[in-house]
Ligand binder design. Structure first.
Ligand SMILES: C[S@@+](CC[C@H](N)C(=O)[O-])C[C@H]1O[C@@H](n2cnc3c(N)ncnc32)[C@H](O)[C@@H]1O
Length: 267
């Protein structure tokens, strides 16, 4: 899988992409990373990539033209079509489902913003998938891009060994209804540490019992820590109740609360 990253700071990526799973993926040629400095698509002596916002206000806005030229030139470097992904706090919150979806792509073009953000016109024209890594604001899209790369490459076949398979990780493991669960707690030696013993069942050698215990722990943890992942099933016959429209345009059955709960080469 090919990753192209368009950034003002390609130097931020080296250590992350050459270490651990991203590094292993590159070493085994399962993933390739191409870092592109947006300033290489500027045409003035100062290599300007930003300007003051129309309408006034603080901060700078990234220019359309270098971004547009860069995206087109980078995409032409390889015949594989690239899915464009813009990292932005206003995007779809990144979830494991989306990571799995992105991991099935041949190629991603990740665009990291900076300053106040990017001129909206070039965002509209590029029409990328917009992804957020959480409801907080970072200085740039570089850390989100690295987060996304790490999450994606560990799902690529051959990157994780059998021993650290992703299938039992939080959000990949699922209950009978396909709802994501958190992983169970894990223990290793010594059997007793500072007066705290490992749960007896894990020492029993009964693989079936261990699997059941882990499953129960997984469900219980999810209930306690992330009840939003396990919305209560609708009562029997509920599907026949009339629907009422919510202010946000969604629909819920009448009498029901809306919402799910608590809510490396460089160019
Ligand atoms: C300082 S932020 C701009 C924030 C923007 N003015 C806003 O309030 O939506 C600069 C860049 O950092 C990146 N960024 C910041 N927070 C992010 C987040 N939570 N998820 C993904 N990207 C983020 C984006 O690429 C963004 O263009």
């Amino acid at each position: 899988m090919r990753f192209d990253v368009l950034t003002l700071f390609p130097g931020m990526f080296g250590e992350i992409l050459s270490t651990s799973m991203p590094g292993r993926a590159a070493a085994s040629r399962i993933a390739e990373y191409h870092l592109h400095d947006l300033r290489d698509w500027t045409e003035d002596n100062h290599r300007t990539v930003d300007d003051r916002p129309f309408g006034g206000g603080p901060g700078m806005v990234m220019l359309c033209e270098p971004m547009w030229n860069a995206a087109n030139a980078i995409e032409a470097l390889d015949e594989r079509p690239a899915r464009r992904v813009l990292l932005t706090p206003q995007g779809e919150p990144l979830k494991q489902d989306r990571v799995e979806d992105l991991a099935s792509s041949e190629r991603l073009l990740l665009i990291a913003g900076h300053y106040e953000g990017i001129d909206e016109r070039v965002v509209e024209r590029l029409d990328p998938l917009e992804i957020s890594v959480g409801d907080y604001v970072l200085s740039g899209g570089e850390l989100p891009a690295m987060t996304l790369i790490d999450a994606v490459v560990r799902l690529l076949p051959g990157v994780l060994g059998h021993a650290d398979s992703a299938a039992e990780d939080s959000f990949s493991t699922r209950d009978e209804e396909g709802r994501p669960l958190l992983d169970c707690p894990h223990y290793t030696r010594p059997r007793e540490w500072r007066g705290q013993a490992v749960p007896e069942i894990l020492l029993s050698g009964d693989h079936g019992a261990v699997a059941r215990w882990r499953r129960e722990q997984s469900v219980e943890r999810t209930r306690r820590r992330r009840p939003d992942l396990l919305p209560a099933p609708r009562p029997l016959g509920d599907e026949h109740r009339p629907m009422s429209r919510q202010p946000d345009g969604g629909e819920t059955a009448r009498g029901e609360q809306s919402g799910d709960g608590p809510g490396v080469s460089s160019s």
